[in-house]
Design a protein around this ligand. Structure first.
Ligand SMILES: NC(=O)c1ccc[n+]([C@@H]2O[C@H](COP(=O)([O-])OP(=O)(O)OC[C@H]3O[C@@H](n4cnc5c(N)ncnc54)[C@H](OP(=O)(O)O)[C@@H]3O)[C@@H](O)[C@H]2O)c1
Length: 211
């Protein structure tokens, strides 16, 4: 069982990862700016208020953990402004993990980020770029920082997210020729992430997840 730091733990995929990781028997440190307002701590769940862009916040949160899950997101209202959360927080995190000699990083980006940008169809790419262009340009940088590191990384690229319950029936598309968009629940993304903890087979993988 691992001691897992979840960055972006208070909502969405991160929150689902906290629940699924605890259920699987891991110990969790839940990190976000509002973590202490979002969870009641237990023997296996610790809350950690901090900003993922601030080196000292991340540095202290890494103390004693073995695995990091990064599941940051920006609110829809901020998608039309310049976005640098993903690149900034990832630069800070990767450098801090290297200092602490923590190897495993599982990071959520999304379908259309990095190498899988070309998998977006021509028609879909126009609204995609209009709505998500700034965020995904920054996710491209995020992926690049991760891939250039010497960490044991896994990049997780879900399709369109829903809040449906865990189904366990989702597709993990590893091969670029298979990559396509689709929907998937946050709980199923969390299921994949928790399965990747301490799983050497997932190192260096960058799958698209869809139903
Ligand atoms: N929506 C979709 O259909 C879709 C599809 C594919 C991929 N994605 C990606 O999936 C990821 C997760 O999305 P989601 O909707 O499940 O999550 P979300 O609800 O957007 O949650 C984002 C989390 O990040 C935390 N956070 C934001 N800024 C932070 C900061 N500076 N420091 C620390 N924590 C911070 C938030 O907590 P605090 O505010 O408390 O800090 C929150 O816990 C995102 O990267 C999103 O782009 C989304």
């Amino acid at each position: 069982m691992a001691h897992v730091l979840v960055i972006g733990a208070s909502s969405g995929i991160g929150r689902e990862v906290v629940t699924a990781a605890l259920k699987a028997g891991h110990s969790v440190r839940a990190f976000s700016r509002s973590a202490s307002k979002s969870f009641t701590p237990t023997d296996h769940l610790e809350t950690w208020d901090g900003d993922a862009r601030i080196e000292s916040d991340v540095d202290s949160a890494l103390e004693g953990v073995a695995v990091v899950v990064q599941a940051l997101g920006v609110p829809v209202s901020e998608l039309f402004q310049p976005v640098d959360l993903f690149s900034k927080a990832t630069r800070v995190l990767v450098d801090a993990m290297q200092r602490h000699n923590i190897k495993q990083l599982i990071a959520v980006t999304g379908f259309g980020a990095g190498d899988c940008r070309n998998a977006i169809g021509l028609i879909q790419s126009i609204p995609f770029r209009l709505m998500l262009g700034r965020a995904y340009d920054d996710k491209d940088v995020q992926e690049r920082i991760i891939k250039q590191s010497n960490l044991d990384w896994t990049i997780v690229r879900p399709g369109v997210l829903t809040n449906s319950p865990h189904s366990g029936r989702y597709r993990v598309l590893y091969e670029p020729r298979e990559w396509r968009n689709g929907i998937i629940s946050r709980a199923d993304v969390a299921d994949f992430i928790v399965g990747a903890i301490n799983n050497d087979e997932m190192i260096g993988k960058e799958p698209v997840l869809v139903w």
